[in-house]
Design a binder for this molecule. Sequence first.
Ligand SMILES: Nc1ncnc2c1ncn2[C@@H]1O[C@H](COP(=O)(O)OP(=O)(O)OP(=O)(O)O)[C@@H](O)[C@H]1O
Ligand SMILES: Nc1ccn([C@H]2C[C@H](O)[C@@H](COP(=O)(O)O)O2)c(=O)n1
Length: 237
Amino acid sequence: MIVAIDGPSGTGKSSTSKAVAAQLGLSYLDTGAQYRAITWWMLSNGVDVADQEAIAAAADKPSIVSGTDPRQPAISADGLDASGPIRTQEVTAAVSAVSAVPEVRARITELQRMIAAEAGGGIVVEGRDIGTTVLPGADLKVFLTASPEARAARRSGELKTTAGRPVTDLAATQQALTARDKADSSRKTSPLKKADDAVEVDTTELTLEQVIECVVTLVEKAAARKAEAEPVEEAAR
Ligand SMILES: Nc1ncnc2c1ncn2[C@@H]1O[C@H](COP(=O)(O)OP(=O)(O)OP(=O)(O)O)[C@@H](O)[C@H]1O
Ligand SMILES: Nc1ccn([C@H]2C[C@H](O)[C@@H](COP(=O)(O)O)O2)c(=O)n1
């Protein structure tokens, strides 16, 4: 069972995907964390993230490793735990530019497909282009949306400055969120976009628990349809 959950920042992709995967015994992959980790590596290793050619030349250098346990998702770059640093404002401000470079997308997409193929019991993969580009044959595609105001309110305070202090300026958070959404959806290579066959869920007025319940139901229905569609071995004998 392959589940793709896409959508802009702050719609609840990570929270929902982790909870759904844990509840249904599936693996989980945070593809945003992968792009954040390679961005952090670039920043830490002196790559000019304003220079697309420099980013492209470094795209294959770091080893990016993701853990797929929804209860304890891990992410490292060259063996260093990246789970903290990738949530800073510095990485958040640079990740769209790095993730827009085709060589970076090709490398990370290949990694994502390999992880999904190796997840024998099924996996929930969340990001921006999973249903459209990375796993177009996913058994279920969900596209989460929410108003910019709701997303900024949810995100505000979660972001940290490089000094580790919470960023609580709502207006600045909403402006940064909107700018990132625009960058992610206007780039040439696999932009943020709802797949034609994705189920759209507007989470603006829903609690996180309601979104999780909604997606669990969608997964269970997709699994039932898949079971019905698969040829029964006995009948084939
Ligand atoms: N429906 C909801 N109602 C209220 N809060 C929510 C809802 N969904 C998520 N949240 C909260 O909003 C914050 C952002 O959620 P989350 O990180 O899952 O979003 P996201 O879409 O994965 O964002 P990003 O793409 O930037 O990682 C979290 O603190 C989460 O608990
Ligand atoms: N499949 C993906 C996932 C993420 N990105 C880029 C675009 C986002 O702004 C950034 C961080 O993602 P987040 O942690 O906010 O989910 O990574 C992408 O291009 N493709």
